[in-house]
Every structure is written in C-alpha cells, then in structure tokens.
Design a protein. Structure first.
Ligand SMILES: [Zn+2]
Length: 350
C-alpha cells in the first residue's frame, strides 16, 4: 500500500515536471503598450499577430505601423528592438513612426520587435530600467529591456538550443534570442513563433528592403557595422563609401555561412527582401563593471548620434538601391544626420 502510494506520488510528480517542460509556449499575458506617438505619415496601424494569429493576446504581440505614400514604389521594412536593450534601434524606428511621411512606396515599422524582452529590465544593467528623454511634450520614458524573451513567458531553457530548421546548436538561453530564431517555426516556442511572424510579414507585404536595427558594445568589432546578406552586399558597400564621403564611418560585412538564425541571413535567403542589419555602439553593452552607464548622453556615443547613424545608413543603402535598381522608398519629415546630432533626439520626438 505504502509502495503504491509512493509510486503514485512519483508518477504525479513526473507528470507535473513533464507538463511544465512541454507547457504551451503561449501564456495568458497581454503585450505591454509602449510610448510611440504616430505622426501624420502613419496611414494604418496593425498587430504583428495579423500575420500569425496564434500570437494574438500573447506577450510578444506588437504594433505594426504602415506609412503608405499611395505612390507606387518599393516597400521598406524597419525593425527596432530585436534586443530590447539596444535603444538606438528602438528610437530610430520610433522616430520614423512619429516624423516620416512616405512620398514614394511604403514604409512598415515595428519599433518593439520583442515585447517580451521589453517587459523586464536588462539583466546586465537592471538599475537602468527606463531611459528618459526631454521633449516639447515633457519627459518621455522608454524601457531599457533585456536581450532575450522574458523567462516568465518562455521556460525552461533547454540544455542546448537547436536552431530550426538547420539543427545548429547554441547555448540553451539562446532559445529566447529572437536573432537566433529566424526564419522561425509556426508551432514552435514563443520566440520561434515571433520570428515566424516577421517572416510572414515580409512575404505577405512583399517587402523589398528590410533593416533589423541593433547595437553592440562600445569596443565590439560589430559597433558601427552594416551586415548584409551576400545577395545584397554590393549595395551596402556602395552605401558605406558614400557615407564616408559625408564623414560617417561604417564598416561592412556579409552574413556568416556557419551562423544561422540571424535576420539578415534568413530573411535574405528565404524571402525576396534585400536584408541588412545595422549596429551602433551602446554604452550599456559590454560594460558590466560600470554602474548605471549613460545610455542617452554618453560623451562619446550619445543616443542622438547613434540614431542619426542608423537613419543615415538606411538612407545611404536605399540610395545605392536607387543607383542600381532605378528606384527607392522615399520620405520627408525626418531630421538630417547633422540636425539630430546638433539638436538631440528630444527635439524631434513628439
Ligand atoms: Zn542586437
């Protein structure tokens, strides 16, 4: 009797552990709302779950902003916040939503690519929490979130994360890294489903040129880098030469053949889009020994300079597309590189 009772407890405990390990990746937690104030150029607002309905009502669903000129031309996709601590990408995308008015083609913008990563503070610098920017409307606060999906929304991490569909293995916690999950999996983990939704967006909207905006440590090899899918590397090379003539120094490299799961690699390989990733130097990364690093007003890499670099790089790459393909997406309303550097980001946020 005692033995059978013990067996039952063991069986129940096993069942509990197994069901926890295979729990549905989609939790009943709704996405956070972020401070993004759409300007005159925004002609439509949707949800990422419009492209993958099983994300609806989950903590990774996020706003998609459409800026349609009504004039035929290429479709540009701008993704910020793949890593929620890489603030310049989020703020560059936000500035497009708040200021840009498309005059040729369409711009589709997602400022917060991984809302689950933005739902909790950066694990390396939890003391930052939010960044503050002074604008004409008063102080605005933007989450300084984490690089990965919140473990409260996707757990436990596997011992090894196996990328789909290549089978390449990464550390277990990389299972929550959106930029190791592309091209995604429709019935996969929350992070894999998130990547899948972006793949579907790019295919459904027939995106011509896609940018994934990132940051890296100040001393990282990747800081001030454009990474291009090999199929569209030439445009990036032309762009950085043009930028150098304007006094903006960027480097360029192509996607690594041995490193799957990254946006530029997978979007470029599996969709019609030319795919690029931009990195600027973030004082909050690679600085574990510094308490409360200044993300906004750092003397060497202020946020306005990093945002100006992202926007100038997007513009230069599109100029290269116009030179080689005969057309590009066009807009008005965005501050120039020198205006942003001189007046700061707060002067242009709504
Ligand atoms: Zn990143």
């Amino acid at each position: 009797m005692k033995m059978s009772r013990l067996l039952m407890v063991v069986a129940l405990a096993t069942l509990f552990v197994v069901s926890a390990a295979f729990a549905s990746p989609v939790q009943a937690v709704e996405p956070m709302m972020q401070d993004v104030r759409p300007g005159y150029g925004v002609t439509g607002i949707g949800w990422l779950s419009d492209y993958h309905p099983s994300l609806r009502g989950t903590p990774v669903d996020t706003r998609v902003y459409y800026l349609d000129s009504g004039v035929p031309g290429p479709t540009l996709f701008i993704l910020g916040g793949t890593h929620s601590n890489e603030t310049a990408g989020i703020m560059s995308a936000t500035l497009f939503v708040e200021r840009a008015v498309a005059t040729k083609g369409r711009i589709i913008v997602v400022p917060y690519a991984n809302q689950s990563g933005a739902s909790y503070p950066d694990t390396q610098h939890p003391e930052i929490g939010f960044i503050t920017i002074n604008t004409a409307s008063g102080e605005r606060h933007f989450r300084y979130g984490d690089r990965r999906t919140n473990p409260a929304h996707q757990s436990p991490d596997p011992v090894k994360y196996v990328h789909y569909p290549t089978g390449v293995e990464f550390e277990g916690n990389e299972s929550r890294n959106l930029d190791r999950a592309h091209p995604g999996k429709a019935d996969g983990t929350l992070t894999q489903q998130l990547a899948y939704a972006y793949q579907q967006l790019i295919l459904t909207e027939k995106v011509d040129v896609a940018f994934d905006l990132h940051e890296a440590g100040m001393m990282s090899r990747l800081a001030n880098m454009v990474i291009a899918n090999p199929k569209n590397l030439d445009y990036a090379v032309i762009a950085i030469v043009e930028m150098e003539l304007q006094g903006i120094v960027m480097n360029v490299e192509h996607s690594d053949d041995q490193f799957p799961g990254l946006s530029h690699r997978e979007w470029g390989d599996h969709t019609q889009a030319a795919a690029y990733l931009i990195e600027t130097p973030n004082p909050g990364q690679g600085s574990e020994d510094v308490m409360n690093p200044d993300i906004v007003n750092h003397p060497v890499a202020p946020l306005a300079l990093r945002v100006a670099t992202h926007i100038a790089t997007i513009d230069a790459v599109l100029e290269a597309h116009e030179m080689m393909d005969g057309q590009r997406t066009e807009w008005t309303g965005m501050p120039s590189y020198s205006e942003l550097v001189k007046s700061g980001l707060g002067a242009y946020l709504r």
